[in-house]
Every structure is written in C-alpha cells, then in structure tokens.
Design a protein around this ligand. Sequence first.
Ligand code: NAI
Ligand code: MG
Length: 363
Amino acid sequence: MSKHYKIAVLPGDGIGPEVMREAIKVIDVLKQMDPSFHIELHSYPWGSEYYLKHGEIMPRDGFQELIKYDALLFGAVGDKRVPDEITIWDFIMPIRKNFNQYINFRPVKLLKGVESPLKDSENIEFVIIRENAEGEYSNSGGTLYSGTDSEIAIQNTIVTKSGVEKVAKYAFEYARKNNFKSVVSATKSNAIIHSMKLWDEIVVKVSKDYPEISMQSNYIDALAAYFVSKPKEFEVVVASNLFGDILSDLGAAVVGGLGLSPSANLNPEGDFPSMFEPVHGSAPDIAGKNIANPIAQIWSTALMLKHLGRDDLGALIIDAIQEVLRKKEVRTPDLGGTAKTIEMGSAICDAIKLMMSKERVEI
Ligand code: NAI
Ligand code: MG
C-alpha cells in the first residue's frame, strides 16, 4: 500500500501565504492526477498576526504538534509590526534547532529561460550545504550596561567538532553520490582564528575519507567574488550558518533571484520532521500585491516530495517549472514580466497536468 503523508503547512507572514497558496495548488493537482499519492495537509496560522493576537508566535505546545508530521512546509516570517528577533528566534530557529535540522540544503541552478545578471552564465549548477544548527546563529551572548556609555554586546559563535563533522560528511557524501569532483569549504580562519580554525581542521580530516574528491578552502570574501567571476566551477560548497546564509542569497542572485531559490532544512537521520522553505523572507516591499514569484516555494515543495521518497513527483514539479520558464509566456515582475503570483502557480499546475496526462497516454 502506498504511504499516506502528513504535512504541517506554516505559511507565515508577508508573501509567505501568497506563495504557499500556489504550492498547495500544485500538491492538489498531483493528488488529482495520481491516485496513488496520498497526502494530507494541515495549515497553522502561526506567525506575526498570531503573535499580535495571542502574544506568542506559536503556541507553547507547538513542537509536540509539529513532531507528529512527516515534514513541514514553511513560507516565510517577518513583519514590520513585530521585532525580527521574535519572528526568527521564537519561530523558525527553534524549529531548525529542536528538530535537529542541522543541514540546510540549497540548490543553485540556472534554469533555461532565466537570465543571469552574469555574462557567461550557461550551466551554472551547484549546491550550498550550510551548517544549520550552531555556528554564528547560536543565540549565545548578552548585553551589559544597556543604555549607558559603557554598553557591551557579546555574541558567541559556537563551533563543535561533531557539528562540523556532520555537515562536512554530508557534503562529501552528497558529492560522492552525485559523482562530483570537488567540495569547496567557506572559511575565514585567517581572521577568525579559533572557531574557523576548528572548522578547517575538521573539514580537512573528513575530506581524507573521500580521496576521489578534491577539497579546497576559500576565504569567504574571495569566495563571494568567485560566485560572480566563476560560478560554473562549483559543485558543492560547504559553509557555516552565517556564511552559507549570505552565500545563498548571492547564489540566488546569480541564477535569477530569490523568487527562484528553494531550500531544505534536513534532519538526515529522520528522527524529526525536516522543513522545506524558500531561501527568501517575507518580502514586505511586495507583500499583498500578488506579484511574488511562487517558484521558490513550489521548488521547495518538490524537494520535500523527493525527501519523502516521491522522487518522481519532485522531478515532475521541477520539469514543469522548467517548462514554464523556458516558454517565457508567464513571468512575474522579478523576471521582467507582469504576471501575478496566481498566474505563475496556475501555469505550473497546467504544465504538470499536461505532463502527467502525456505519461498516461504513453503507458
Ligand atoms: P527578503 O528575502 O524577504 O527580500 C529581499 C528582496 O527579494 C526584496 O526586494 C523582495 O521583494 C525580493 N523577493 C524575495 N522573495 C521574492 C519572491 N518570491 N518573488 C519576488 N521577489 C522576491 O529579505 P529581507 O527584505 O531582508 O527580509 C524581509 C523579512 O523577512 C525580514 O523580517 C526578515 O527577518 C525576514 N526573513 C525571513 C526568512 C525566513 O522566514 N526564513 C529569511 C530571510 C528573511
Ligand atoms: Mg537568508
């Protein structure tokens, strides 16, 4: 009997609910077209509106609720009426950390029909594997003497041997599985001489178990420039939490923008649900206008289905996205067009329907 998936949907704030609506439309089409695909979605209204009403961004027992699911599909959080530290640190970060989603997997791929701002851009395709549970985003530190001339702020970076080992192993295993020849590690051990030195040592140590894969360390400042000057050379980039965060917006810009960039927060052991979300945030500058590009959210949904074991459906969604972009008929404003979020979502749904009905005819 085919599996029945249970998914928690967390649309969040700003453009989150707008792009999530389109991802749900895609799931509905897959359900309609493939009777063997059983999936149940439960949506939660958590986020800034909820906070303004209830004084908390998610209920205290929210984690007991979320842990029951096979995966979480997340939109974005952030609202000008609520401090970002609340939306980030009371919502998305605790999910990543409590569910030990220590890998953040972010594909960077230039799809046909999308223009890169770079001249020589054909065949850009690599993946950023970001440490997602510790590092610079550790919420360790504090302030002293607030509001006085002696004010002090201390923010600690926490790098553990086991944390780096896990993300480095994941990156090399991914490279091996996909027959890639190189892994690039983002570092800054010339200036950050404690935490980044440990990062370097562990990545080098892990790399010894993969003699067929070359390992190169690049300082983050130079690496940022290489993302622009020679992005085609990358296959797998492994980075700490902060470096991976910055590199992924840069990577997104190189392949057409944040509206096209998906991500997966993974707990590879499957002890907890993994979470799938676009790289982008709530985009308050365009929220409510129905012009956000839903592709990042829909592609994240494809990553979720692949993770759940439905590689076929995940690949189908990505093919449909590719088909719509290649045709260049429906384009949201970030891609230079005038199409609405809903139109882009519908175009992808139509492409999926067409592909699935053709498959049926061929069978
Ligand atoms: P952002 O990613 O929301 O927006 C950056 C720029 O990209 C904006 O000009 C926006 O209009 C554009 N953009 C983003 N997604 C788009 C889409 N799907 N289609 C078309 N254009 C798109 O980052 P920003 O402005 O730094 O942050 C806004 C809020 O989002 C803040 O409150 C921030 O804390 C939060 N945030 C939340 C994240 C999450 O939920 N995982 C991640 C990043 C930021
Ligand atoms: Mg980010």
